[in-house]
Design a protein around this ligand. Structure first.
Ligand SMILES: Nc1nc2c(ncn2[C@@H]2O[C@H](COP(=O)(O)OP(=O)(O)OP(=O)(O)O)[C@@H](O)[C@H]2O)c(=O)[nH]1
Ligand SMILES: [Mg+2]
Length: 853
């Protein structure tokens, strides 16, 4: 960016004012409220620029003017620095006396800080010096002696003059080894007030101390003449210490101006000087050193041919291109630093001053060079600074426009509208998601129930398992109590059997019902949980949601309102009672052998038949009346089991009949059934009974060879006769299986049964076992409790799915939206805040840019 004319014509105050307002712009953008919006990399760039700007702000405010004073050794740099600053803080001597780089500035504090080399730094510097002589001995600096140095030097070609300086330097270190060793690597030292005159000077001029020093910073209130100046006084260019040269170069680069002290008495520039200037080209601002260089031709008092010498100096400056030719004439000042010091000390008649007058010089030149520099500082240098500030501003503006681009936002919808949109979207998506989740939940529950029959399983394991004959057995104590209550009279035994059983019934039945209902309801609650989860997943609620608990509560309420029409407790209660009550009543509350047992059975016969169908699934052809379950209930008798002895006797009977009749008996043929019933009727002596019938059969003819059995099946008269005999035998018997389930058969069966008090507990135990068995095998299969359970759950799910389309769901969402959308609302608010900030940033930047135009 080219510097603008109006900017360059501004004075220091105006520049400062502008800069300050630019700084506050940058600071505004660095405000913490924008820190989340502005990218870190931009913040860093802004901060870097701000740091530079504040540096210039300080410099402008205090008019700080940094000047390095350079020159060859003993050219009078320190004397000049003292004269220039109006004091004698720095030591000056005929012999080399500046061993260290010193910065001095005005300050009311009057203090100094002395920094020392580390041992490693010092050792490196020492070896660099040895190398300059041509010595490559790595021994540590502190182990060197004059003998060793001389021994090493003897091997070398004769030393050149600058090498001799280095040799002396090394020697000086060796001589002062012990004191240097004490100081090297130690902490910085601080001095105040009068110590500046005494101790601090020691660290500059006394080699025993100064050789260990890296840098000294002095602030003194004596520098009254140039309060804004910071002076860098350094050892001469020809100092053998590399570090001094590096320091000198760095200072020259960052200084506002450089004053080169030359000797007016010896005008020729030596190699060290020329080479040094060649080694620094441009400074930190891209300005060549020559452009900010001023030359003071010192010791004019002793120059014999001053004008010629000055001409020579001008030529040297020009020939070696140390400074632009155009500047040489105005920036070369002749004079005497020492004359000024003497004047300052009150010596107005000194020989030096006299000599200057004789040489045609009006004064010591110090005021001249001061005003040259002041002028330079306020004009050219101010422009340099303005240029630097303008460059910074250019950077800032570029950054601003990038930022403006970055923070541009499109759209302008209000936050309320965005929130409404969120709610609409929630309703839509949640409705769909919950619907699907519920459908999924239903499929899962159905599948799980069908595959695992969890309720049946639980009822078997818990409710039925707890019907334990040992637990419920009739105790002697109960018998005694019943006996006591029923002291005498007919039917006493029956009555207390009935009364004991009655009390057992109440306890067993209610406990059973409670158990089953509890288990079924428990399972139902599980399904409710699954339904709740379906809702939660539909609403994308996780336990980490800040209002998870509140929303879960609200959802439970919604779910129970939408599907809680049937209380599951009542539902399961009536269901299980319907299937089990008469069974419990017959087996538990009515005594074995009592006609009441038959009557109850008869009342509920249809029910029992339907339950019993679930018994012998492998023998569906068995007639309801012949189901073994009924025989067990009424007679404690087991029939029809494949493992029982009747079955074996049936086989034997078939073999026998087949051999006698010479006929193959087909399963399910009338003869087969008749034989089956016959065996059942005579469980213990079927074969013997059969023999009496077989004896009555007509003789069986042997097979007719001429018969063609495939086309003319002859009736076997033996089979016909046997069938008749068997049917007759079965009919005439009162114990026939067919008639066992009639009241008469029941009565006949127990006609001769003698109940005794001892039999009652074992009858009861058997009843409990049978009950348990029937519940387990038949009832649980018949009831298939999962089916009604699933019906209930399905109904719930369907009504919940329907509810999603109703006002109930909409109002639920409206009630809970603030909770459900809490995070999204927050995000929206945050985004909105950021949006506002971005707008602010843009407005801020626009304001800045508008002020520029
Ligand atoms: N005649 C005369 N002597 C001067 C003048 N300026 C300085 N001197 C003397 O020159 C000697 C060296 O002066 P310093 O100021 O120590 O020189 P320097 O350049 O700082 O020396 P180093 O720092 O050791 O390189 C001192 O004895 C001064 O008094 C002057 O203008 N005229
Ligand atoms: Mg000096």
């Amino acid at each position: 960016m080219l510097i603008r004319k109006d900017e360059l014509s501004m004075n220091r105050e105006e520049t400062l004012e502008r800069l300050s307002s630019e700084i506050s712009c940058v600071q505004k953008l660095l405000d913490t409220k924008y820190s989340e919006v502005i990218e870190i990399s931009y913040q860093q760039k802004l901060r870097e620029i701000l740091k530079k700007m504040t540096f210039f702000q300080e410099k402008l405010k205090n008019n700080t003017f940094e000047i390095s004073i350079v020159g060859l050794e003993k050219s009078g740099k320190s004397t000049f620095a003292n004269a220039f600053m109006g004091n004698d803080v720095l030591p000056t001597k005929d012999a080399r006396c500046t061993y260290t780089a010193t910065s001095i500035r005005f300050g009311t504090e009057n203090d100094a800080q002395v920094d020392f080399y580390s041992d490693a730094q010092f050792n490196e510097e020492f070896h660099r010096k040895l190398n300059l002589l041509g010595i490559e001995n790595p021994q540590h600096w502190s182990e060197w002696s004059k003998e060793l140095l001389d021994k090493e030097t003897e091997q070398l070609p004769p030393l050149r003059s600058e090498q001799k300086n280095i040799y002396n330097d090394i020697l000086e270190i060796i001589t002062n080894r012990s004191s240097i060793q004490n100081l090297i690597g130690s902490e910085s030292l601080h001095f105040v007030n009068h110590e500046l005159e005494t101790e601090v000077k020691e660290y500059i001029e006394n080699p025993a101390k100064a050789l260990a020093v890296k840098e000294i910073v002095i602030r003194s209130d004596k520098l009254s003449a140039m309060r804004n100046a910071i002076i860098y006084d350094v050892p001469g260019f020809d100092s053998p210490t590399q570090l001094h040269k590096d320091q000198t170069r760095a200072w020259m680069k960052k200084s506002d101006a450089v004053i080169l002290i030359v000797n007016a008495d010896r005008p020729s520039f030596n190699d060290s000087l020329v080479q040094f200037f060649e080694s620094v080209d441009k400074d930190d601002d891209g300005i060549s050193i020559g452009e900010k260089l001023f030359v003071f031709a010192n010791r004019a008092d002793i120059a014999t041919t001053l004008q010629d010498n000055l001409q020579r100096i001008r030529e040297e400056l020009q020939n070696y291109r140390i400074m632009p030719t155009a500047l040489i004439a105005q920036r070369l000042t002749a004079g005497s630093a020492r004359a000024r010091i003497e004047l300052d000390n009150g010596n107005t008649q000194s020989a030096i001053l006299q000599s200057l007058k004789e040489k045609g010089l009006a004064g010591d030149g110090i005021d001249t060079i001061r005003s040259l520099l002041e002028d330079y500082n306020n004009t050219v240098r101010l422009q340099v600074m303005q240029q630097r500030i303008a460059n910074l501003k250019e950077n800032v503006l570029a950054l601003f426009s990038e930022l403006r681009q970055e923070n541009q936002i499109d759209g302008n919808s209000s936050i309320e509208l965005q929130m409404d949109n969120l709610v609409d979207e929630l309703k839509r998506t949640a409705r769909q998601r919950i619907h699907n989740a519920l459908a999924e939940c239903r499929t899962q529950i159905v599948q799980q129930c069908k595959e695992n029959k969890p309720i049946t399983d639980k009822v078997r394991k818990n409710a039925i398992q707890s019907i334990d004959p040992v637990r419920y057995q009739i105790t002697e104590d109960e018998i005694r109590r019943a006996q006591y209550e029923e002291l005498s009279g007919a039917g006493v035994l029956e009555r207390f059997d009935a009364s004991i059983r009655d009390s057992k019934f109440t306890a067993m039945y209610e406990e059973f019902i409670d158990n089953v209902v509890h288990l079924a309801v428990e399972e139902y609650r599980e399904s409710e949980k699954k339904i709740l989860t379906a809702f939660e997943s539909g609403l994308e609620l996780t336990p980490s949601h800040p209002f998870f608990k509140e929303l879960e509560k609200a959802l439970k309420k919604y779910i129970s309102e939408q599907c809680g029409k049937i209380a599951p407790e009542g539902y399961y209660n009536s269901l299980i009672r319907r299937y089990s009550r008469s069974l419990f009543e017959i087996l538990i509350s009515t005594p074995f052998g009592n006609i009441a047992r038959y009557k109850k059975f008869d009342d509920d016969r249809r029910n029992f038949y339907s339950i019993s169908l679930f018994t012998d699934e492998e023998n569906p052809q068995i007639q309801p009346d012949k189901q073994s379950m009924h025989y067990q209930i009424l007679f404690h008798q087991q029939i029809n089991s494949n493992n029982d002895p009747q079955s074996n006797s049936l086989n034997d009977a078939i073999v026998k009949v087949e051999s006698v009749t010479n006929e193959v008996i087909a399963v399910n043929s009338p003869l087969y059934h008749n034989l089956q019933n016959f065996c059942e009727k005579h469980p213990n002596n079927a074969l013997a009974e059969l023999d009496t019938l077989l004896a009555q059969l007509p003789p069986v003819e042997t097979a007719n060879a001429n018969a063609i059995p495939l086309f003319a099946i002859q009736e076997n008269p033996a089979v016909t006769k046997l069938n008749q005999l068997l049917e007759h035998a079965l009919q005439e018997s009162p114990n026939s299986a067919e008639s066992q389930l009639t009241e008469r058969a029941y009565a006949q069966f127990f006609q001769n049964y003698r109940k005794t008090i001892e039999k009652i507990p074992s009858e009861f135990n058997q009843d409990v076992c049978i009950l348990k068995n029937i519940l387990n095998e038949q009832v649980m299969n018949a009831v298939s409790i999962e089916i009604p359970f699933l019906d209930l759950v399905k109904q719930d799910i369907i009504s919940l799915q329907k509810s999603l389309e109703t006002a109930a769901f909409t109002s639920f969402i409206n009630m809970e939206k603030a909770h459900i959308l809490e995070e999204k609302y927050n995000q929206l608010n945050a985004e909105n805040e950021n949006r506002k900030r971005r707008l602010e940033i843009i407005r801020e930047i626009d304001r800045i840019l508008a002020a520029e135009d």
